[in-house]
Design a protein around this ligand. Structure first.
Ligand code: FCB
Length: 468
């Protein structure tokens, strides 16, 4: 009998299929900087971050982590870590200034070089078309609440697919349309900072329509490119003790239904060809009669996809709102350990949410396109960042991925959020999600302990395949 290797890292690595993709993700406005260079025009995030009071500490993405100028060494860092894939996003106003008209050749040249550099280094390029940076001109023309924005998005998608599609290993239309619609136009904590429920619902529809139209344009230009969409999905549970069956149980279940409806099913159902869920259509009727949904839209939104991207950070625990008779709901905490974002660490939630998609929707390979944690990192006297909590977060969530794989759920890849510390939207630079620490004064990159652990896992996975 041969000795069985039992070291836990090797065991974890061996529990993923041999073609499982391990990667890390970023987004253009969060890392690139160079906002006025080579023909790039402003996006809604440039405008929003420069408005006083919108972003913590008045931070903006003007410089970010200067990835635009440091792309080559950043890709070297990725290959040193042994990343199998890198998910980046394309800045729409860098590629197509103003959001209409011809491609900006200098902007395209940057992404062209990025893709080729990644391929040279053995890192698979995955691109997201829309990670929240709408050109300001399109916002001035109505933004996502206007139908024309969906048409403009499809045109931009076609340009990218035509130019880069042959080399991309994955192309994602939208990142988290829930955030674009409801944080951007509903509660205004994200750009463009509008607070209009009806506009948010119209935005959600035109984002999904844009996704469907973009899918058509991408298939026409690059029929072989694996195509998907990334949704932020939340397992949603009643804020009640396990098994509780008191008289108010039904009110909690209804709160769960509402939150699950608007956060998850409002996006999953139409993407998977079921149209908008009837109960949520009723829930939102006081705000909007959805007159912006035209005949044929449902079919367009249901464009066939090659994969589903899921972003997971935490679970929603919900309770009926404080005002009986209204539709309000409350989000509660359980007193569990949280990340610096205040989000409870709940790896079983990752299992539950992916399992639910697998059980209730048609089978598609699922990629975790984002998962990670912000913590108050400290650079120690040895110059290193010993981010014990992030490492534990990463490990426990990858273990949940391994359980999904063991239970025959088609999980095909995992992208850690994020490769590097970066501009965390309304939180600015205060919240660090990186596997790699960035000193914002010097732009020095230092892999944290979590990055080293992830690199070992990827190395163990690779050697398991080679040894197999
Ligand atoms: C997601 C975003 C991503 C990052 C993480 C923490 O909602 O897609 O850009 O900010 O949250």
């Amino acid at each position: 009998m041969t000795d069985v290797v039992t070291d836990p890292l090797t065991t974890l690595a061996a529990s993923f299929p041999s073609d499982f993709v391990f990667g890390a993700a970023t987004a253009a406005y969060q890392v690139e900087g160079a906002v006025r260079e080579d023909g790039r025009t402003p996006s809604i995030w440039d405008a929003f971050s420069h408005e006083p009071g919108r972003v913590a500490n008045g931070d903006t993405g003007d410089v970010a982590v200067d990835h635009y100028h440091r792309m080559t060494s950043d890709v070297e860092l990725m290959s040193d870590l042994g990343l199998g894939a890198y998910r980046f996003s394309i800045s729409w106003p860098r590629l197509q200034p103003g959001g209409s008209g011809p491609v900006n050749t200098k902007g395209l040249a940057f992404y062209d070089r990025l893709v080729d550099t990644l391929l040279d280094r053995g890192v698979a390029p995955w691109a997201t078309l829309y990670h929240w940076d709408l050109p300001v001109e399109l916002e001035e023309a109505g933004g996502w609440p206007a139908r024309d924005t969906a048409e403009r998005f499809a045109e931009y998608a076609g340009i990218v697919a035509d130019a880069l599609g042959d080399r991309l290993h994955g192309l994602i239309t939208l990142n988290e349309p829930w955030c674009s619609a409801f944080l951007g136009y509903g509660n205004g904590i994200h750009a463009p900072g509008r607070t209009d429920g009806a506009a948010a619902l119209a935005a959600s529809h035109h984002l999904l329509l844009g996704h469907g139209l973009a899918a058509q344009a991408i298939r026409a230009a690059a029929p072989e490119t694996p195509l998907g969409i990334t949704l932020n999905l939340y397992p949603t549970s009643p804020a009640l003790p396990e098994g509780y069956d008191g008289p108010d149980r039904a009110a909690y279940d209804d709160a769960v239904r509402r939150v699950d409806g608007l956060c998850n099913r409002w996006f999953l159902d139409p993407v998977f060809g079921r149209g908008y869920p009837a109960d949520v259509v009723e829930d939102v009727r006081p705000t909007s009669s959805l007159e912006f949904v035209h005949d044929g839209d449902t079919e367009l939104i249901a464009a066939p996809l090659d994969f589903l991207g899921v972003n997971y950070y935490t679970r929603h625990m919900v309770a009926p709102g404080a005002y009986p008779g209204t539709a309000s709901v409350e989000f509660r905490k359980r007193g569990w350990p949280t990340t610096a974002m205040g989000w409870e660490v709940d790896p079983d939630g990752l299992y539950d949410v992916v399992r639910r998609v697998h059980d209730e929707y048609p089978a598609l390979p699922i990629y975790l396109t984002e998962n990670g944690a912000a913590y108050e990192d400290v650079v120690s006297a040895d110059g290193q960042v010993h981010d014990v909590e992030r490492l534990a977060y990463l490990k426990s969530h990858l273990e949940a991925m391994a359980r999904l794989a063991a239970d025959d759920v088609a999980v095909a890849g995992y992208f850690a959020w994020s490769l590097v510390d970066n501009f965390e939207w309304a939180e600015g630079y205060a919240k660090r999600f990186g596997l790699v620490h960035v000193d914002y004064d010097t732009q020095l990159r230092t892999p944290k302990d979590s990055a080293r652990w992830y690199a070992s896992l990827m190395a163990a996975h690779r050697s398991g395949i080679l040894g197999a």
